[in-house]
Design a protein around this ligand. Structure first.
Ligand SMILES: C[S@@+](CC[C@H](N)C(=O)[O-])C[C@H]1O[C@@H](n2cnc3c(N)ncnc32)[C@H](O)[C@@H]1O
Length: 279
């Protein structure tokens, strides 16, 4: 959930983000349950349909899909070795699940009836090339159903720490609006028109994009939530942009804001994602 990734996202997902995402898998999955449910509902999988999960991470969507397809196979593909290894460990007792270490953008993908993704499609180096490759793997009637984030302003669950320290941030950080450029970032497809154009350019038709707006909930002690947003959220990269002398104040502000926002053990804030489908 950093706002912009380094030059080669593959290095980032293997060396920086992968181990952190593995360590936080359970928390992430709890927070992202409404997203997973929205994808599975729209995909309406049937027994016998082979599934591909793009940028599968720890494999939660792959595993959920596998439960709905009978003896057909769900394959999760991800470029991050620590995440694929973790996904394999979680699925040792499942006969119809496979996890493949690979680049969905340029490697041949297993033939599938349905390609799914929960936030794995915003990080390709070249989106049109990647979706063209995905389309090639789909059967003639095959479909693609995935979730990607709407803009930061519609996702306070992700952006509240930045809002709390906005006036402490250097002007160049404030000026860079994530999602403006077509580069790997969580907000790359915030602009729905860009998303539709990419899917059409890759050869998809029947493109549909629905808006889903739902609250997302973090549960845990203040310390747990603060650790989580510093490890995975934009806060870690934002703190790096601050002078050492300002950083303690920034952390104090975020902590105070968290106390204001929390209800009991929960932090529940609005989230908004696009649910895209195409054939
Ligand atoms: C935001 S994470 C989402 C992970 C998972 N889908 C989930 O919901 O927990 C994005 C994932 O995309 C993967 N990824 C990025 N570029 C990729 C590529 N070219 N091919 C396959 N996976 C990729 C990353 O390694 C990472 O696991």
């Amino acid at each position: 959930m950093t706002t912009e990734l380094p030059d080669d996202p593959r290095t980032y997902w293997n060396e920086e983000a992968g181990p952190v995402w593995v360590a936080n898998q359970q928390m992430l999955d709890r927070v992202m349950t409404p997203v997973l449910e929205s994808i599975v509902d729209l995909a309406a999988l049937s027994p016998g349909e082979h599934v591909l999960d793009l940028g599968c991470g720890s494999g939660s969507l792959t595993l959920a899909a596998a439960e709905r397809i009978g003896d057909a196979v769900a394959v999760g593909v991800d470029v991050s070795e620590p995440l694929v290894e973790h996904a394999r460990q979680r699925s040792q007792d499942k006969d119809n699940v496979r996890f493949v270490l690979g680049d969905a953008e340029e490697e041949e993908l297993p033939a599938s009836d349905v390609a799914l993704s929960r936030f794995g499609v915003m990080f390709f180096r070249d989106s049109v090339r990647a979706f063209t490759n995905i389309k090639k793997a789909l059967t003639a009637e095959g479909r693609c159903v995935f979730a990607c984030w709407q803009g930061g302003e519609r996702n306070p669950w992700m952006t509240w720490p930045m809002a709390a320290i906005r006036d402490l941030l250097p002007p160049e950080v404030l000026a860079a609006a994530p999602g403006d450029d077509d580069v790997p970032s969580p907000f790359r497809f915030a602009d729905q028109d860009r998303l539709v154009a990419v899917l059409r350019a890759a050869g998809f038709s029947d493109v549909g994009v629905d808006s889903v707006e739902k609250p997302l909930t973090f549960s845990g002690s203040e310390e747990v939530i603060l650790d989580f947003i510093q490890e995975l959220g934009p806060l870690s990269s934002l703190l790096d942009t601050l002078d050492d002398s300002v950083r303690p104040e920034a952390l104090d502000r975020v902590t105070s804001r968290l106390r204001e926002l929390r209800t009991g053990n929960d932090l529940t804030l609005p989230g908004a994602w696009w649910l895209a489908s195409a054939r």
